[in-house]
Design a protein around this ligand. Sequence first.
Ligand code: GCO
Length: 461
Amino acid sequence: MTEIEALVNQFPDRFLWGAATAAYQIEGATAIDGRKPSVWDTFSGTPGRVLNGDTGEPACDHYHRYRDDIKLLADLGMKHYRFSISWCRVVPDGRGAVNEAGLDFYSRLVECLLEYGITPHATLFHWDSPQALEDLYGSWRSREIAKDFADYVAVTVQRLGDRITNWITINEIPCFTHMGYGVRQVPPHAPGTIVQTPREVWQTSHHALLAHGMACQAIRSASPVPCSVSLVDNFAVSVPLMETPEHVSAAKAAFPFCGQNGGILYPALTGAYHPEFLQQLGENAPEIRSGDLEIIHQPIDRLGFNIYSGVYVRSIDHDPGYEILPVPPTYPRMHMPWLQVVPDSLYWGVRHISETLNLPDLPILITENGCAADDQLQAGEVLDSDRIFYLRQYLKAAQRATQEGYPLQGYFVWSLMDNFEWAWGYDRRFGIVYVDYPTQQRIPKASARYYSECVRQNRVV
Ligand code: GCO
């Protein structure tokens, strides 16, 4: 390595490296040991909802193969692992009776991670809400879900909190609310409920914010030891078309108005919906009861940032002073319609938290970054140079953020292995490890070797 390479590509000491997965996407075993259906079982079991009729069964059969998968993680040199706990394994009806067999599974999983010296980071909700609560009160449409979620969280943390000290309340509120409920259209994500007004959709994300806040309180009171509490969001990132002062200002001005940022990230991190954003929502704004924002705005120890792509913004000389640019047809993208390659989105996402939201001391973890590629298994190998290209660019953006002193503390690749990619079923592969579904064989792709080497050297290779 030349001196320049060392300087340019090195991550700080103690940078945390890992891989991420989620319960419904890998576990399978959907109907054993007391687990009851989640909304994703119902959704994927409904013809026409998921590509090729794929369901969460058997996924990667991780429920039975977790020991081998953790050994694989260790072989790849991972020191951190982000996974999710399935609410409907632990409290199968969503409220009430606790299922010991469900908790036991996660207990065994954590034991195994610790045996290999891998630190667990547990997400308490990654979209698989109990179907029973959908039947009872329409899950996220009801305020009641926040309390039920907090109760499940308390039980889980009481039981596992001696060994798990990195907790994530909820993964990506925009996806299971704004993509799970739609106005006069079939929403692509579970529960897939068609509602009448955007206000009803905003109400579901407001309830999810409340659930996050109450879960933070539940974790802190239930944990037997000091722990770290995070929210994971996939906030939309405005990237300046050029790094000149006027375009940077435009990107900052646009940030609250990108995606749902002003109505999800802002209340969670600042304790208020972004005022102009709320004004723009007008009659579509959710009902916000007095005291809600205090509950929502809990102190968190870190922000988890899931980043795949971003939007370019330029400065314009008339109101509102910025323009969010459309994506040109030939813009490079990976194997998903929405997956434009915008490596700078990682850097700018981190910087927006520090500067645009003015939270320079809030540590950030990249809790997901990765891509789908049209992987070909040939002669026992997957030579996914396209995924390596993607990862290298994003890792360079991460390294830049650390070098400039932004509090980016770690990176988890999405995903450890190919898995159930929601409405796309098994058709799209995001893993650094190939899963041959008929045999359940795991085959590390070239990108797994690549990533493993970055981890080993603590730099972009
Ligand atoms: C996400 C999800 C993952 C997806 C990944 C690729 O948090 O969006 O956490 O479950 O599989 O993002 O789409």
